[in-house]
Design a binder for this molecule. Sequence first.
Ligand code: AMP
Ligand code: MG
Length: 351
Amino acid sequence: MEKTKFAAVSDAATEKCVIEEAGRILKEGGLVAFPTETVYGLGGDALCKESSKKIYAAKGRPSDNPLIVHICKWEDIYKITSEIPPEAEKLAKAFWPGPLTMILKKSDVVPPETTGGLMTVAVRMPEHKIALALIEAGGGYVAAPSANTSGRPSPTTAEHVKEDLDGKIDMILDGGSVGIGLESTIVDLTEGVPTILRPGYITQEMLESALKTDVKIDRTLLDADCGQAPKAPGMKYRHYAPSGALTIVSGEHKKVTETIARLAGEKAQAGEKVGVICTDETKALYQADCIESVGARKDEEAIARHLYAILRRFDDEHVTCIYSEAFSDKGIGQAIMNRLLKAAGHHVLYV
Ligand code: AMP
Ligand code: MG
């Protein structure tokens, strides 16, 4: 790879010619990073095994960690799947385009390189103008994991993508900051009761109300020590980890802030560079090298939107030790706490 082309997609005129060029790159087997409503994705032709291999190489991603195939219209789903259960149609009607990925039985046109060797395929239709136009221009089937180096937080701006993948991919489309900030909800529809393999913006309650049936949550999400392998292969890796050691402090509000303030002071004394993840309401209570508020505690959408950029900032500042307040695990809070717990390697201090 010689140079990564960086293209801002700001107005309709530039958009048309940039998307055409990016679509051509995908059709020729190249890689293009693009914004979606969840996080930035690293796109390649999902039906071409060489493109999928390039995605794994650029990200440094283990090849048994399957990719999500992105489509831009419902009819396109038939070519890549061998069975569409009625739940898939109901969920697509309710949530597509949007931050929901469905696991379905794959057809023979999807190469095993794209699905990490699995007989199932993950499919999503994103809700983002640039993403949808690119998928269409690129031939209709775009494999796109998050556009980060494996092990770093998912990118929520084009700058984050550049930090990780400059010189390793053909093009980056800059569509500004993303709206949601956490990866899509993944629901498995291949075995009996629909099962959430990764929590996201679309919650269990939302899925249950669209389907009018029960939806399960994969046991490994609720109990990290249950000894069972997660059904979504990606969930077994310690993703999204900042380089500093992250501890979540959970418990009664006042005790949490007092504990973090005390520990931050002790670590600073011991020569560590300390970061704190807090909220607008508690920011003034701490003293540390790097204090980052995720927003107002009640504004869970803001917490989701800001979390990954904050983890990246701590890496940039070479913070060695991080304390985070725990957040509510209701609704989208479940996705927030899932990502935070993974970043912390499930290191929680209960006070
Ligand atoms: P990313 O796009 O980087 O968020 O990663 C996609 C994630 O989707 C992977 O890490 C897997 O955990 C999950 N996934 C993709 N395809 C499948 C599949 N066929 N079965 C179960 N999980 C999948
Ligand atoms: Mg990812």
